[in-house]
Design a protein around this ligand. Structure first.
Ligand SMILES: [Zn+2]
Length: 226
């Protein structure tokens, strides 16, 4: 098999797909192009060239979002849409205690360590989300099977056919109203499995301001970093 060389800003993913698709990766603005096995390099380059205006538009959007400066300051963690100061106490546990009044997090983690930060969000999600999901399900009359919380790259949540709910630990960075919406969204899938009119009607009944949350996820949500 020969190696195909593409320009460094382009990443090719060959898959069992029927057509070519493009996306711009948020982290590094690389062009990710998914193509069927049989498509040649020339055809791929032609496809990318044809879509240059779209690519430039997406990159411009990403830069605008970045200029919002949703980045973490040293010694702090972004939590539920706000910046919390981290007080590192070696024998405090992980995730430790979140003090909402004083906006501090007392934990054993070093907030400058990216791997520890990620783990902190995961543990925090495990502590905070299950009771919120339980309450929301009870309030709106939904039944779910079980909850799983993991680090995911592209999705905020999903719902399996058997009624199991899956959530992305990264949602702990979002404001509370967005977290509530993400919970409602997946709970609503236990009754309406697809994104049809009936689904969105149900979401709106349970979460009247859901459009605001959707907007947050499409804009700020795309550049949040743990
Ligand atoms: Zn959905």
């Amino acid at each position: 098999m020969s190696m195909e060389l593409f320009p460094p800003e382009i990443e090719i993913i060959r898959k069992r797909v029927k057509r070519m698709t493009l996306r711009i990766r948020t982290e590094d603005e690389r062009i990710i192009c998914t193509i069927p096995w049989y498509v040649s390099k020339a055809e791929t380059m032609e496809f990318i060239k044809k879509n240059t205006p779209w690519i430039e538009k997406q990159k411009h959007k990403l830069r605008q979002l970045r200029s919002l400066h949703i980045h973490r300051e040293p010694g702090t963690l972004l939590y539920m849409g706000e910046s919390y100061r981290v007080v590192t106490v070696p024998n405090a546990t992980n995730p430790g205690i979140v003090n909402h009044e004083e906006m501090i997090i007392i934990s054993s983690i070093d907030p400058e360590d990216a791997a520890l930060r990620k783990e902190w969000y995961r543990l925090q999600a495990h502590e905070v989300l299950p009771p919120l999901i339980h309450e929301s399900a009870k309030l709106h009359g939904f039944a779910y099977k079980k909850i799983s919380i993991k680090h995911q790259t592209s999705k905020w949540g999903s719902c399996s056919v058997d009624g199991s709910l899956h959530f992305n630990a990264k949602m702990m960075l979002c404001p509370e109203h967005v977290i509530n919406y993400l919970i409602i969204h997946e709970l609503a899938h236990t009754r309406e499995f697809h994104h049809g009119d009936k689904f969105w009607q149900l979401v709106e009944e349970c979460c009247p301001n859901y459009l605001e949350a959707e907007k947050y996820l499409r804009t700020t949500g795309r550049i949040l970093e743990m």
